[in-house]
Design a protein around this ligand. Structure first.
Ligand SMILES: [Zn+2]
Length: 356
């Protein structure tokens, strides 16, 4: 009996919010972009229940022998509500790690239960070869990993680059000045790293080189400042999907372009938040797409989700976006139809996982 009740608690999503789109049945939601420490998964589940998220993809699953087993054990206790992505240890390349052996380990990760692969922005900006050179996003020496992911039916979520403003001087004129003031280390201005464009082009070449591997370009295809360019990439690469994680502030600046992208590619955009639980920025154990100087409180969490729904579901204009630290501008909503919301919130993600 107790187990049965527990099962109900885990499976059922007790959603407290009622919005315009909830007029009929509640919309199922799959958040394809969260980060959660194994010990924080119960906290993640509580947030999912409060804010109406049915399933979350935990992109911070670690690697066999290095966290993945714990991440999977925590996910397994959620009765399918948390799926886990594995993270190839690119930091080991500096010590001469063998990429073919890494690709074999990816099979182990898959057999253990990992459902996808996530590459962090360290690919292109931090990971290095033994000679000290940066590992390029499209370096052919990494091909076995991407081919293996495709062969195993594991989608590859890939974060390349960062907001374009991070490459500009961190002055008052920089539109991300608030964020760069709190996190000066996030600025690439004057640092010996590739340009934003060089990284983005390498990302597209990577997607092009593995037509049998499904890619999720996180943070709206790694180019949220230019949804039109992302639309062109979606035209060109049928194996590319994009998520909305931590980029509602950008996307809400150009609602009319976003509406056009979604109308043209209704099956290729996935809902994601970049919620981090137990994996915050610095010492905080909660991340809402970014982080300010103080830890987020309950009202910040409520605002994060409510303004996200407001963006996708209403035609409201000129309101505060989910993550104030990301910039002082205001955004306008998309007013998506219920059918479009069903695809964005869960249909596309469910289809993507089912078809692997
Ligand atoms: Zn993330």
């Amino acid at each position: 009996m107790r187990l049965w009740v527990l099962g109900l608690l885990v499976v059922g999503c007790t959603c407290k919010e009622t919005r315009r789109s909830d007029a009929g049945t509640r919309l199922r939601k799959v958040d394809v972009h969260v980060h959660a420490e194994p010990a924080a998964v119960p906290h993640l589940l509580a947030l999912m229940n409060t804010h109406g998220i049915d399933v979350a993809w935990n992109l911070s699953g670690g690697w066999p022998g290095s966290g993945l087993e714990d991440a999977l054990a925590a996910a397994n206790a959620t009765n399918g509500r948390v799926l886990v992505f594995a993270n190839p240890p690119l930091g080991m390349l500096r010590q001469g790690a063998d990429v073919n052996a890494m690709a074999e380990q990816l099979r182990v990760a898959h057999d253990l239960g990992a459902r996808g692969v996530k590459f962090f922005k360290s690919l292109g900006l931090g990971a290095r070869w033994p000679d000290g050179s940066l590992v390029a996003v499209d370096d052919p020496r990494l091909d076995p990993l991407f081919e293996q992911a495709g062969a195993l039916g594991m989608p590859v979520a890939i974060h390349t680059g960062d907001p374009k403003a991070f490459w500009l001087p961190a002055t008052q004129e920089n539109e991300r000045f608030d964020e760069l003031s709190v996190h000066p280390g996030w600025s690439y201005a004057g640092r010996p790293v590739p340009t934003w464009s060089a990284l983005y082009e390498a990302f597209l070449r990577r997607v092009a080189r593995h037509p049998h591997t499904t890619f999720v370009g996180v943070h709206f295809g790694n180019d949220p400042e230019d949804p039109g360019a992302v639309s062109a990439a979606l035209d060109q690469y049928p194996n590319l999907f994009v998520d909305t994680a931590a980029r509602v502030p950008e996307l809400g600046r150009r609602p009319e372009v976003m509406r056009a992208v979604l109308a043209k590619h209704p099956t290729r955009v996935l809902f994601g938040t970049d919620l981090g639980v137990g994996v915050g920025v610095g010492e905080f154990d909660l991340m809402l797409g970014s982080a300010g100087a103080t830890p987020p409180g309950p009202s910040d969490v409520a605002h994060f989700f409510s303004s996200t729904w407001r963006f996708f579901e209403t035609n409201d204009r000129d309101f505060e976006h989910p993550t104030p630290i990301q910039g002082r501008w205001r955004i306008s909503g998309l007013g998506l139809s219920r059918e479009a919301l069903e695809r964005l919130y869960s249909g596309n993600a469910d289809q993507l996982m089912r078809s692997r």
